[in-house]
Write a protein that binds this ligand. Sequence first.
Ligand code: ASP
Ligand code: MG
Length: 484
Amino acid sequence: MGKVSADQGSEMSTRLKVMKFGGTSVGNAECIARAAKIIADGAREQRCVVVVSAMSGVTNRLIEAAKAAQTGDASGAAAIMDSLRGQHETALASLVKSGQERDQVLQKMRTVLMEGRRFCEGTALLRELSTRTLDAISSLGERLSAPLVAAAVKQLGLQSEAIEATELIVTDEFHGGAEPQMERTREKSQARLLPLLERGIVPVVTGFLGATPNGDLTTLGRGGSDYSATILGAALDADEVIIWTDVDGVLTADPRLVTEAKTIPEISYREAAELAYFGAKVLHPKTLRPVMHAGIPVWIRNSFAPEQTGTKITPQAQSVGGGVKALTAIRDVTLISVGGPGIVGLPDVVGRTFSTTAEVRANVLLISQSSSQNDICFGISSADAEKTVEGLRKEFAQDLEHEKVEHIRVDPHIAIVAVVGQNMRGIPGIAGKTFNALGKEGVNIIAIAQGSSETNISFVIEEQSVVPALRTLHREFGLDRAAK
Ligand code: ASP
Ligand code: MG
């Protein structure tokens, strides 16, 4: 890192990496300058495509503006746009001193914000916010941050160009959570970006967004810039993707809950995906999908501490510490159980229960059924609880009345903890060790699930037991010793 000799530029390697910077990594002028330094160091060694998020907090503000407009509050929306303009212009003023470059970026930012204002005015007039308009508004943050970052890179003496991903990433029409069409994305990205790289220009691409084949702007879902980075990594056959964020990598547990948590040097795609699913918010859950096939490694690194090596995510990572790699917890879970002895004779209870959860679009996190079939219970995020229970009461109204289903029970103060590790498979005794340790600690287990893939054991406990459960297991599996 950082040891680049002056003549290395002429014999630049043909390797290519995609570097993505999250919202906190471009959160203000100082952070952007730090990111630009990392980009410049990287781009002097090898070809480098940059993907950026909006400055932290900006996407939330934009969504707030859209919602205000939807209620008819045009001036509220305009006030948010004004404050965003102030925020970006302040950052620009401290990053770019030279008049001409500064004017150009300023012009670009004003055009983008003007578009935003018009979308909000239209929305306020109609009091109607389509998912398509929401995408157009919520993606403005990336369209503002990319020119800022490109300008900061130029300040360090490199050539750079901000590019909107509507030119690169082709998606379906599912606004708010669009999926890429990889073949077309590949064609467009290569045609647009490779010639720039050839000429030594560092492309800075807006994360989070894409466009349908007709050119309608779409977004990939909240936190989707990680996904943008791996989509581009796959489309360009990159050698690696680096996600620069504000933590040292993937940790053995949430450090706010377990102070001894350590960075994991290497982890497999599967493990990382399990962790993302179970609430370790380091990666967008879909991030690894595009690169899995080609086996492109993905790094998680800390832009605030670039001297740290971070975590490398590879197809098949080595195992450390008896197969268990990390612990994770999802809080704010509600456990719902449908049951009573009467359901034994009702073979379709399972089917009807989960058609109901699907109908109300509740995300089911864990399912467990006792083999006596007296009870099916499942965990969902508490935000989905009300609509789910309502749906189930409706679905089983008659059965409840005739006492075929005895109860639909709701327990709101629940958490799910998962013990994750790909190589747990085939190592007997991990479940035993887990529950033994928890028993000694006096943690009451409400339900247990293990997938047949054996990459995680998850269990349901009371919310208040999360911290003791994590700490005990962290010690039990020697995770405090895992790194180094
Ligand atoms: N700016 C978007 C969001 O906040 C995308 C991202 O940051 O990954 O959801
Ligand atoms: Mg993010």
